[in-house]
Design a protein around this ligand. Structure first.
Ligand code: PAF
Length: 290
């Protein structure tokens, strides 16, 4: 356990510390977060520790990725608890930008995305990825890590960031970390805290129904038929709405609907339960040729 975690609140101190480490030949892995950390974030941190000699984690609840009416104000802010968890993991530095220092009063720049950022989440949260791209660009420019780690739970976010970094020539390797789940298969999320007992029971069916859908496709079921069955199953399990259950190619996120799968794919789903929007995804293999 490393007792020397450093909490940094200004860009100047952050850059100074990174500069110092670089001078000693250190490599830097970065894990951006919005705080309210759970075991899922810690798996990203542990992966970061394996990949570089220094680990930086940021905690910033980014206003530009919340739409009006979303839970920006209510989003859990538990700095002390987060820092204690990061300290126990041996993180070197936690960057917690001071209020107002990320977007100053003159901030006017926006990022417009295309390709992998279109459809799926964007069809339901039109400004979400613009906000994510903006904050991730700013954070990467401040931290200037060698690698940055993002969870595969936000699969489209990961694909969007990979594209962003490549398109904007940022010399940073983006690494995806596998989804951390509870023992019932529910993908860990800071918003799982919002569920009561019944909500949790319903939420835990998401992964089961998604996997059954994937299995049907792997056994040769028509993609659209499998998706329709899964949508009905989610609604009868108690989800109040299904935003999407889609099959895409794993890298370009091109739509692969209709017919039987003939290549590897990713199944992505978003559904609502007790006012919480859950997302999940899994790999799907094409049926074996007989
Ligand atoms: O995935 C998240 O927690 C956020 O979207 C991120 C990448 C930290 C940007 O605010």
């Amino acid at each position: 356990m490393d007792q020397n975690i450093k909490i940094v609140r200004t860009e100047r101190t952050l850059r100074g510390r990174i500069w110092e480490w670089r001078g000693h030949g250190d490599t830097i892995a970065f894990v951006p977060t919005m705080g309210a950390l759970h075991e899922g974030h810690l798996t990203l941190v542990r992966l970061a520790k394996k990949k570089a000699s220094r680990v930086v984690v940021s905690i910033f609840v980014n206003p530009t990725q919340f739409a009006p009416g979303e839970d920006f104000e209510a989003y859990p802010r538990v700095e002390k608890q987060d820092v204690a968890m990061l300290k126990a993991e041996g993180v070197d530095l936690v960057y917690i930008p001071k209020d107002g220092s990320m977007y100053n009063a003159h901030h006017a720049t926006k990022i417009t995305l295309g390709g992998v950022a279109l459809g799926l989440e964007t069809a339901h949260r039109p400004t979400f990825f613009d906000g994510v791209a903006l904050i991730v660009t700013k954070l990467l420019n401040r931290v200037m890590p060698d690698i940055a780690i993002f969870g595969e739970k936000d699969f489209q976010q990961l694909a969007t960031i990979r594209r962003l970094v490549e398109d904007l020539d940022m010399p940073i390797k983006i690494v995806g970390a596998p989804i951390a789940r509870d023992k019932h298969g529910l993908a860990l999320s800071s918003r799982n805290k919002y569920f009561d007992e019944n909500g949790l029971k319903v939420a835990r069916r998401l992964n089961e129904i998604m996997r059954l859908c994937a299995l049907k496709m792997e056994k040769g079921e028509n993609v659209d038929v499998a998706r329709n069955i899964a949508t009905k199953a989610l609604l009868s399990a108690g989800f109040s709405a299904v935003d999407y259950i889609e099959v895409r190619s794993p890298n370009s996120l091109t739509v692969l609907e209709g017919g039987v799968l003939n290549k590897r794919a990713r199944l992505l789903v978003a559904a609502h339960c007790e006012g919480v929007r859950l997302i999940d995804n899994c790999a799907v293999k094409p049926p074996k040729k007989t």
